[in-house]
Design a binder for this molecule. Structure first.
Ligand code: TYD
Length: 216
């Protein structure tokens, strides 16, 4: 039986292209919130709890080039459903702040638009996996597709690993993702706040904190 979720805590997500630096900013925001005495859960998608981390390995393994677009979107949502049920909803129920590195907006822009599966498919799966849970605030760390791919590939060259299946996509794919993120920010300006990802790390951190303090 699906039911609409009620939450007491505060749910903030970070979005952006690969290599946008959003993960560093999420850690910095978590540190600031903890300094203020808040209890913070940090989680990442795909991933989070151990079962979701196993799904992550399938999704990002560069050996899995044959993964079909439908299998891909279902696995992203399988990972999300596990994260929502095992970690996110319980933490929100305890009144904590949950910071999540990517959430359904990533599926919308990468699978819905990048792969062309459409927004309806994403919304249908979101209803099952998230049951009405929406971020209170989404920080979109904005870098263009070219800068994103250059940074992601430099990072993969510096620390060789096999989690590169998405970074291996074409520049056209990443441009579609970029356009979809901007369309989302224009559609939902109250929730989705653009942050300039080309600014220095400290400047981005201050901008994130300004936005969070205004919304809090
Ligand atoms: P990751 O190594 O975590 O990259 P990043 O630090 O940029 O977040 O890889 C996550 C990849 O998965 C990234 O390329 C975006 C992609 N992704 C989707 O395509 N759909 C999704 O729903 C999610 C959560 C991620």
């Amino acid at each position: 039986m699906l039911f609409h979720v009620k939450q007491r805590g505060w749910f903030i997500t970070f979005e952006g292209m690969d290599g946008s630096g959003k993960t560093t900013q999420m850690h910095r925001l978590a540190a600031r919130l903890r300094n203020q005495g808040r209890t913070v859960l940090e989680t990442t998608e795909p991933g989070g709890p151990p079962i979701a981390m196993k799904i992550r390995r399938i999704l990002l393994d560069s050996a899995n080039q044959e993964l079909s677009p439908s299998a891909e979107i279902l696995l992203y949502f399988a990972s999300r459903a596990q994260n929502v049920d095992e970690w996110i909803l319980p933490a929100l129920g305890r009144g904590e702040v949950v910071l999540c590195d990517r959430f359904t907006d990533s599926s919308l822009v990468y699978q819905g638009y990048g792969r062309g599966l459409g927004a309806d498919a994403v919304e249908a799966l979101d209803r099952i996996a998230c049951r009405g849970l929406k971020p209170d605030l989404t920080l979109l760390v904005d870098v263009d597709a070219e800068a994103s791919l250059t940074r992601a590939r430099a990072r993969n060259a510096a620390e060789p690993h096999c989690e590169t299946r998405m970074d291996d996509q074409s520049i056209e794919f990443h441009r579609k993702v970029y356009d979809a993120y901007h369309a989302l920010a224009a559609r939902e300006p109250g929730r989705v706040k653009l942050v300039n990802g080309r600014a220095g790390l400290d400047a981005i951190e201050r901008e994130v904190w300004r936005i969070v303090s205004e919304v809090a």
